[in-house]
Design a protein. Sequence first.
Lengths: 113, 113
Amino acid sequence: AQTVTQSQPEMSVQEAETVTLSCTYDTSESDYYLFWYKQPPSRQMILVIRQEAYKQQNATENRFSVNFQKAAKSFSLKISDSQLGDAAMYFCAYRPTGNQFYFGTGTSLTVIP
Amino acid sequence: KAGVTQTPRYLIKTRGQQVTLSCSPISGHRSVSWYQQTPGQGLQFLFEYFSETQRNKGNFPGRFSGRQFSNSRSEMNVSTLELGDSALYLCASSFGTGQETQYFGPGTRLLVL
């Protein structure tokens, strides 16, 4: 079964600090993509970052970076210099080739001023 | 490019009625996926359409159906509404059905009374 697990239902971080959100997934596929989406209170899902499984280099987008450990099937998101606008629900997602997306249950991030 | 649009944004129905939700993908995108989001169940995959064909289907009863038109616009229909169908219904589009990133619409919030 393809599953995505986010073990932290809630996280908080001080403004300007760094926080890491965890995600693990279960798959027997070798070719797939991984994603982090952000859902702020507006409920609009926004792509934060994506990682191709065949790439060893971790993806980075400005203050957002991932730690992709393929053998461990782990895909964590690091947010540096946290800002108030980063407060949202964060979803980890996995997509094997030609198949549907599988989403985790989400981590609610609070940013403390 | 315009983003994914969903209509209507809000809907109130009563039990037993049926409802049709519409989704217009990003121009050039041929794949449309539908998700149900509830506080208790998170994001649940409903189905994915590509070039007017259903490619993947989630674990939902037959009351939930969809279709895609030649212009890639998609509709989702729920018949014989139940209270438990109250949810945010999200549509997402992507260029194809490989590993492409999905881009989400703002959602349709359905309340069943």
